[in-house]
Design a protein around this ligand. Structure first.
Ligand code: UT7
Length: 327
């Protein structure tokens, strides 16, 4: 059976730029604190009434279809990784498929917080490997501004909006998605979640008044878990595939905090110029970070390059994927 390869990337980042300076006029923060503690300088925000995550994801998938030249009707499956679906149901993936004319695709969402893109990529690659499907799109997209409390300096400086999508097809050679290690520790739910709006605590006047529809995060606890687990899982996937730091052309880490990225770089021994970093310009777009990096660096990638993708997020969820770039 052939393995799955990524054969294209498309993305969309909203035009509106929210800078650290602008945030310092909204909450008690400053550029120095945000830059040194997180590495973030600015983030994109989706403006406009009734524009949800699917708006950005649709643009990313449209660009992907255009760039790869494949017909919308030929796509068999679309998986959307998101924590900010347009609606509780149906799946945002369905809205994207409809917008993009994927008439013959079935579609669904995956929610694994910041690791969602990797969980979806692994799932999609197995759909190809099994021989069940030949054209699968994975899109990572989040409108984090829709669940941000812009009166809470602990969280509102961290996140931004964005979307990016990859096409997966069977590989003609040995370049493609080679290995994945994924983890969940459900006990971590308490440190990073959205309290209200689900079946446990449906929306009410009280939940709105108490700001319970926003991201709740115990930053230090998440940080200490992220810093260890993202680095260790990246190192583990390298070791399992007999890869030394010198064999890796690109480390593609989830962009939550520059200090977490640095810890992964240090443990894996990969040189800083081999690490994709765009957190300074986008912040944490949750499911968007890794494919947005692939999109930005696409022109530098060469066939056969070894890439290590790694993420850690709410859930807790974390994981790493080893792939050989295929074009
Ligand atoms: O995507 C996966 C999920 N998320 C993450 O991976 C994020 C993980 N966590 C982090 O990145 C970091 O914990 C944060 C960036 C959220 C916070 O950094 P920290 O070094 O852990 O800071 P802290 O929470 O210990 O806060 C230190 C101080 C506190 O003041 P006191 O109590 O020491 O007086 C905070 O109130 O910094 C204060 N603080 C701020 N000050 C200025 C917190 N946020 C801000 C802010 N501006 N925006």
């Amino acid at each position: 059976m052939p393995i799955a390869k990524i054969s294209g990337v498309g993305a969309y980042a909203p035009d509106f730029i929210l800078t650290n300076q602008m945030l310092s006029e909204m909450v008690d923060t400053n550029d120095e604190w945000i830059s040194t503690r997180t590495g973030i300088k600015e983030r994109r925000i989706l403006k406009g009434k009734n524009k949800g995550t699917s708006f950005m994801a649709t643009k990313a998938v449209d660009e992907l279809l255009k760039k790869t030249g494949i017909a919308a009707e030929s796509v068999e499956l679309l998986i959307c990784a998101t924590v900010t679906p347009d609606m509780q149901f149906p799946a945002t993936a369905n809205l994207i498929s409809d917008n993009c004319g994927l008439k013959n695709a079935f579609s669904y969402d995956i929610n694994a917080a910041c690791s969602g893109f990797l969980f979806a990529l692994h799932t999609a690659s197995k759909m190809i490997e099994s021989g069940a499907h030949k054209k699968v799109i994975v899109v990572g997209a989040d409108k984090m501004s829709s669940i941000m409390d812009y009166t809470d300096r602990n969280t509102c400086v961290l996140f931004g909006d964005g979307a990016a999508a990859v096409l997966l097809e069977p590989s003609e050679d040995s370049d493609g998605i080679k290995d994945a290690i994924l983890h969940t520790d459900g006990s971590g739910w308490r440190y990073l979640h959205q309290k209200a709006g689900g079946s446990q605590m449906p929306a009410s006047h009280e939940t709105v008044d108490q700001h319970l529809h926003y991201v709740y995060q115990e930053g230090k606890k998440v940080f200490s878990n992220a810093v260890v687990n993202m680095a260790e899982v990246a190192a583990e996937v390298m070791e399992r595939n007999h890869l030394a730091a010198k064999d890796i052309q690109w480390l593609v880490p989830h962009q939550a905090n520059m200090r977490i990225i640095e810890a992964a770089r240090e443990l894996t021994g990969i040189a800083i110029e081999r690490v994709m970093v765009n957190i300074d310009r986008y912040g944490n777009t949750t499911n968007g970070t890794i494919p947005l990096c692939l999109w930005e660096w696409e022109h530098k990638l060469k066939k056969g390059d070894n890439l290590i993708l790694a993420a850690f997020g709410g859930g807790f969820t974390w994981g790493s994927i080893y792939l050989k770039w295929a074009y």
